[in-house]
Write a protein of this length. Structure first.
Length: 173
């Protein structure tokens, strides 16, 4: 999770992984589902070691197993190559609201994690997809725990307002 101007929360939606052709098209890795959904959420805040820039009007299409994007102002292969490795962020406010019991990973990152007996386990560092289920990486400075994100099983409550996730988890594990 990151913040933008005036406290605006940003969400990482993808990154530039290569160039496509000679007209400045880019190959993207998208974290949205479906992958082409990334084009519905704009403006993009693109970040690289060179800095940050806000762009709007990006278009694209599915191409094989990836997606190809056209970004305004990028008209040749060299300009496109300069963007490889760039991250694509959007304001959290442009994403659709979640349904009850659904969460964006970015909303969970940073939340305190406590057991049902109120033992602190640390904070959600990030989540990973394992195929079977998502897993919260919980860190307390000294220790890292991998806790399956299974509401109703290991996760007993998510309280975004209180900034807390309650889990049924052995603190010694």
């Amino acid at each position: 999770m990151a913040s933008g101007g005036a406290g605006e929360r940003l969400v990482l939606l993808g990154r530039v992984v290569g160039v496509h052709g000679v007209r400045g098209e880019l190959k993207l890795e998208s974290y949205t589902e479906p992958r082409t959904q990334i084009f519905r959420y704009q403006p993009w805040r693109i970040r690289s070691a060179a800095g940050e820039k806000t762009i709007e009007g990006c278009r694209g299409r599915a191409q094989g197993k990836g997606i190809v994007a056209e970004i305004p102002g990028i008209a040749d292969r060299d300009a496109a190559a300069a963007l490889v490795g760039t991250e694509i962020w959007v304001a959290r406010s442009v994403l659709p609201a979640t349904k009850p019991g659904e969460y964006y990973w970015s909303d969970l990152e940073g939340l305190a994690v406590v057991t049902v007996d109120n033992v602190s386990l640390g904070r959600v560092s990030h989540l990973i997809a394992t195929g079977a289920n998502d897993v919260m990486i919980v860190r307390d400075g000294e220790r890292e725990r991998l806790i399956p994100f299974l509401p109703g099983h290991f996760v007993t409550e998510v309280d975004l307002d209180a900034g807390r996730v309650t889990v049924d988890w052995d603190p010694d594990f």
